[in-house]
Design a protein around this ligand. Structure first.
Ligand code: F55
Length: 807
């Protein structure tokens, strides 16, 4: 199959160096003497991009000529992070790139760090999409990722007096090196207006239109064998501006259409909890979904003429309900443009569509007011009514899409998909028994489980060179594309010398992090301490609050016995709160307030530190995860659909302290229960406990330790300048505590002390850590993608033999 082609080494002494200089000169208009950091970084990126292009072309050509079925992954978010190291690693040019840059008198690491993080996502859902793109390319599955080219990615977080403030992110302030603009690939996307019905036919007359224009980023998989495209849509005005208004001097009217277009892809919604209720979000969703459907149909008609063959050529995967309007949009095109009957159109669309559910939280399930959807997309509302009628005629007891004046996007996505998947085994069971219980009864074969995964290229090979080199030395270099091979490391868990090397790699990463923390946070931390890390969006169900309460309790314990044999700890937090999520912001402030007191306490400062660097992102994760000893996965059981950070930590040799939630359950099965610090109520026990009136108060009354912590916070021990600051936060724990911090607190505290004890036994800790790395090969996103390909998409690899590995 297609492979990266390299310029012939014989006639050019140092091609990479030459290419960088050529880009500096011809793409950036600079010579080495006058080039700024930006110029060097761009020249390096463009040189690497050049090396992807041949493989990418050949793959695209091979999927056209081979008439291969393609996967279309529709996602509002692609959290890709930086690309220089990722691309260089995937095409095997890391050493060459570093050598060339060094020879040119530049510092490779500084160049790499100059690249902005492409933060086109909020958290797990967006990062999953990026890992999937990597695996699709690695497996040689013809695929296209479709999303939005937001002008501003996820906001930048800063702390002012411990409080989160948000600043706009500006990744596009400089040219994005990796993309190709495709002005010729443009589609008209309409909004509003009315529907005309004539002789049984419907025609939608939108009130306004914008143009969706494609920007393509090549995504080349491991060893450059296959390349797919991430196609992000940007909006342009259909008419540049209204010259007549302009000439009249009415400049605002002249640029009205420009304003709508710019607004649509201006900013990523910083919300991972609730649908925003904003018309603009609905427009964003329709904008990118419609453009993607147009685009895939155009591609389909290049070599087909019967639309009925679409399910043989296209598998369209909906990453959550955000692109769920794809169902009605496809039906609209099939009926209004291709003249199919409604029933046939619905069935045909269903055979193309799959839907991934990422949450059970009722507040996070998208619902649009019917009046709003009808105003923005009048024809789609009619079609949704037809879908509803068709569903009701077959299944009169079916849950409703249209319900109390709302359009339930979850029900719509479920009904329009031939497969609905949960993202962990537990989550899938809960999808079947809770949110979609009635639909599951009606369609018992529709819900399937594909447990999430992570790409081992970024999340071990690239971010942890020390450990990667050791693994390669032991088991060879096939593991990045066949992560199950890590299980061969299990043999070494009794080999003292190997365990020492394993922990030496951890030590390198901990030292690197300690230096960074000293430099960026001004906090001295000891690499010998246990590094305990919780990094994820701030949310009540993820229970960062329980973590900080436990930290205070531990601090109290040390004070009660300052000469005790304590295991030193560094508690590291990272994560952003949705700007409108008040409680999450209070939790951030509390963590920072507690850090202020504890980090300056002369009695405990050598034993306990809290570090919370602002603006957690993919790049920060790449540094924190390899340095972690303990991974905090402590959500209320039944609430975290899967988690993917949990997999990254275990892969990098951290032990997990966690509940039986999401993929933790499967991780524990794979690494062995003896290598996992389990605590807490199960999902079933959580449901049961909630039915007891006053469960929180009862639990707190039984825990003197928790009472003391809550009293300290309530008395202003950590906010003396405003003692009542956390009055509501503490009151809510006593009176409501929906996420059962109170019920799990004591078992969590006890398990933390077990972890302390285990950490002091250095060689058994090392063996447990190694068993984590060795045990989690199954969580490669390559395994996940093979599962989707087989059970949902019915697609194969274009690289011979590639999908045959055990799924
Ligand atoms: C973003 C926007 C909206 Cl409107 C709603 C949710 C989100 C979002 O970011 N969700 C999200 O990240 N969900 C997470 O998906 C991961 C991948 O499946 C899971 O691992 C994780 O459990 C889940 O919370």
């Amino acid at each position: 199959m297609a492979r990266v082609t390299r310029p012939d080494r014989q006639d050019r002494t140092d091609p990479m160096k030459e290419e960088i200089l050529a880009h500096l000169r011809y793409s950036l208009g600079k010579d080495a003497e006058h080039a700024a950091l930006y110029d060097w970084r761009m020249a390096l990126s463009l040189s690497l991009r050049d090396r992807m292009v041949d493989s990418w072309y050949q793959s695209t050509k091979a999927s056209y000529t081979g008439h291969k079925k393609r996967v279309y992954y529709l996602s509002m978010e692609f959290l890709i992070g930086r690309l220089i190291e990722d691309v260089a690693a995937n095409i095997g040019l890391t050493d060459e790139a570093r050598a060339a840059v060094t020879e040119l008198g530049q510092d490779y690491d500084i160049l790499v760090h100059d690249e902005p993080d492409a933060a086109l996502g909020n958290g797990g859902l967006g990062r999953l999409a990026a890992c999937f793109m990597d695996s699709l390319a690695t497996l040689g599955i013809p695929a296209m990722g479709y999303g939005i080219r937001y002008e501003h990615g996820l906001f930048e977080q800063d702390f002012v007096e411990g409080q989160q403030i948000e600043k706009p992110e500006t990744w596009l302030a400089q040219r994005h090196a990796w993309e190709f603009e495709r002005p010729e690939v443009s589609y008209k996307i309409g909004f509003g207006g009315h529907v005309q019905h004539h002789e049984g036919k419907a025609k939608w007359h939108p009130h306004e239109t914008v143009l969706a224009t494609a920007f393509d980023t090549p995504v080349v998989g491991w060893q450059g064998r296959w390349g797919n495209t991430l196609r992000l849509w940007s909006a342009r005005p259909q008419k540049e501006f209204d010259l007549a208004s302009f000439n009249r001097g009415d400049y605002l009217a002249a640029s009205r259409s420009e304003a709508l277009a710019r607004t649509i892809c201006r900013v990523l919604y910083p919300d991972d909890t609730t649908e925003s209720g904003k018309e603009l979000r609905l427009k964003q969703e329709y904008f990118f979904t419609a453009a993607s459907i147009h685009d895939l149909l155009r591609r389909f008609f290049i070599d087909h003429d019967d639309i009925r063959a679409l399910p043989d050529a296209a598998a369209i995967q909906l990453n959550d309900t955000h692109p769920a309007i794809a169902g009605p949009e496809l039906v609209r095109i099939l009926v209004d443009i291709h003249g199919l009957e409604m029933a046939e159109a619905i069935e045909l669309a269903r055979r193309c569509l799959g839907y991934t559910n990422h949450t059970l939280l009722p507040e996070a399930l998208e619902r649009w007011p019917e009046w709003l959807l009808g105003r923005v997309l009048p024809r789609h509302l009619e079609i949704i009514r037809s879908i509803e009628d068709s569903q009701q005629s077959h299944h009169p007891d079916s849950p409703r899409i249209l319900d109390h004046g709302n359009v339930n996007m979850g029900e719509l996505a479920f009904i329009m998909a031939h497969k609905v998947n949960g993202v962990s085994a537990l989550h899938t069971d809960l999808v079947k028994s809770t949110v979609f219980a009635d639909l599951h009864r009606i369609h018992p074969n529709r819900i399937v489980n594909q447990t999430n995964g992570i790409t081992p290229r970024r999340w071990l090979y690239e971010c942890n060179p020390a450990l990667s080199k050791l693994i390669t030395r032991e088991i060879g270099d096939a593991w990045p594309a066949d992560l199950d091979q890590l299980s061969r490391l299990r043999d070494r868990s009794g080999d003292h010398g190997f365990l020492q090397e394993f922990m030496a790699a951890k030590r390198v990463n901990k030292e690197r992090l300690s230096n960074w923390v000293q430099e960026h946070c001004g906090i001295a931390i000891d690499p010998d301490a246990m590094f305990d890390v919780q990094i994820k969006r701030i949310h009540e169900y993820k229970r960062q609050l329980m973590n900080i309460l436990e930290t205070i309790a531990f601090w109290n314990e040390i004070h009660a016995n300052p000469n005790g044999n304590w295991t030193p700890r560094v508690k590291i937090f990272g994560g952003k709160a949705a700007p409108g999520y008040h409680v999450a912001k209070q939790i951030i402030r509390l963590i920072n307030d507690v850090a202020g007191v504890l980090n300056n306490d002369p009695v405990t400062k050598d034993l306990l530190k809290i570090v919370y660097p602002p603006n957690y992102n993919v790049t920060m994760a790449e540094m924190l995860i390899p340095a972690a000893d303990l991974s905090e996965q402590i959500s209320t059981a039944g609430k975290e659909a899967s988690g993917t950070g949990n997999m990254k930590f275990a892969l990098n040799g951290a032990l997990t302290i966690g509940t039986l939630d999401g993929a933790n359950v499967e991780i524990r099965d794979h690494v062995g229960p003896e290598n996992f610090f389990l605590f807490g109520l199960t999902a079933a026990e959580v449901t049961e406990r909630r039915s007891h009136h006053g469960y929180a108060r009862a639990a707190i009354e039984q825990s003197p330790r928790m009472q003391k912590v809550l009293a300290q916070i309530a008395e202003g021990r950590f906010s003396p300048e405003e003692p009542s600051r956390y009055h509501d936060l503490v009151g809510n724990l006593w009176d409501h505590d929906h996420f059962l911090v109170s019920c799990d607190f004591d078992t969590y505290f006890d398990m933390q002390r077990r972890a302390d004890e285990a950490f002091t036994q250095t060689s058994s800790w090392a063996a447990m850590a190694l068993n984590n790395t060795a045990g989690v090969g199954w969580f490669s996103s390559d395994r996940t993608i093979r599962g989707y390909a087989r059970d949902i998409w019915n697609v194969g690899s274009a690289i011979d033999g590639e999908l045959e590995q055990s799924a």
